[in-house]
Design a protein around this ligand. Structure first.
Ligand SMILES: [Zn+2]
Length: 308
């Protein structure tokens, strides 16, 4: 026994030193959000329907327990829109909270993920695990992280609704923005970040704002997943251009720099098989961690990067 205890004391410090840096976002919590929000209970989270409202409540409760600040004393930003395609009016709800910056409280980084999906068709639930329970889970854990480690610039956590109906939530947020648009430094948007056979995560937006590229490239070198640039302003065809593919497009239209993180479409994209069982847990947690690293770096170095 004594010898075993001695060995133990010898081995523990060795193990300790060889362990990689501890992740900032707990994997079990990330996965729990993703699994919960993509369960049948939420009925595919289609805007205005019961499952979507339930998902909204889930996010609201977390924002509240992390004691995020709210604009106008509520996290809820309701809005209405008319879909010409569906010939119908809809009511949506963005859920918005923020953590004030310690040095530049009047300057904002907007971290976003849409929480709506396409609902149910012919009895099948389109669970939208990758699209976009994955981004929503990462948004929640980053909100928890920043509530405990305040950033230098204020960070707004935006869970957008009605992305699937044409980026409607992001559009409303920017049209009725609780802060001046010129005080938004950057949008970081997460949409589909939990699976890719080649372990590739795309970063879109640095072509439009070139000073963002070098820091992301540098961080990518130490990242266990493959970080790829592309899907912006492609020549000669615009088929693969993701500039307007998700909510970041609305920020781009307002001339606000953006970085969008997401994977290539897969066979389960917008199919009832986009389920929790098909996501890649390790890839997902590493992708979320990388996005947080990028956000932390940009928050810490924004003035240096933008100095002329
Ligand atoms: Zn999506």
């Amino acid at each position: 026994m004594k010898f075993k205890a001695f060995l133990f004391m010898l081995i523990i410090p060795l193990l300790w030193r060889s362990l990689p840096a501890q992740p900032r976002l707990p994997a079990d919590s990330l996965l729990a959000h993703l699994q919960e929000l993509s369960s049948d209970k939420y009925e595919g989270r289609r805007t205005q329907e019961a499952g979507n409202l339930l998902a909204g409540e889930y996010i609201l409760q977390r924002f509240s327990s992390f004691t995020l600040k709210a604009f106008d004393s509520t996290y809820l930003q309701p809005f209405s829109f008319y879909s010409r395609w569906k010939k119908q009016g809809y009511n949506g709800r963005n859920i918005i909270g923020y953590v004030p910056g310690t040095e530049f409280p009047q300057q904002y980084i907007v971290l976003s993920a849409h929480y709506d999906h396409v609902g149910m068709r012919e009895g099948a639930v389109y669970n939208g695990a990758d699209d976009n329970a994955s981004g929503t889970g990462a948004l929640l854990e980053m909100a928890r992280y920043f509530s405990r480690h305040p950033p230098r610039h204020s960070v707004i956590f935006a869970a957008f609704d009605a992305e699937e109906m044409g980026l409607r939530g992001a559009d409303h947020f920017l049209e009725e923005c609780p802060v001046l648009l010129e005080n938004i430094l950057l949008n970081i948007n997460m949409d589909m970040i939990s699976r890719n056979e080649n372990r590739e995560l795309y970063v879109v937006g640095a072509d439009y704002t070139p000073f963002l590229r070098a820091p992301v490239e540098k961080l990518a070198q130490g990242c266990p997943i493959n970080i790829r640039f592309g899907h912006e302003q492609p020549e000669p065809s615009r088929r693969d251009d993701w500039t307007m593919a998700s909510d970041h497009g609305k920020f781009h239209q307002k001339n606000i720099p953006f970085l969008y993180f997401g994977v290539e479409d897969h066979a389960d994209y917008h199919e009832p098989t986009d389920d929790y069982e098909r996501i890649m847990p390790e890839f997902y947690t590493q992708a979320a961690e990388f996005i947080l690293e990028a956000l932390l770096y940009l928050d810490a170095n924004w003035e240096k990067l933008t100095r002329r």
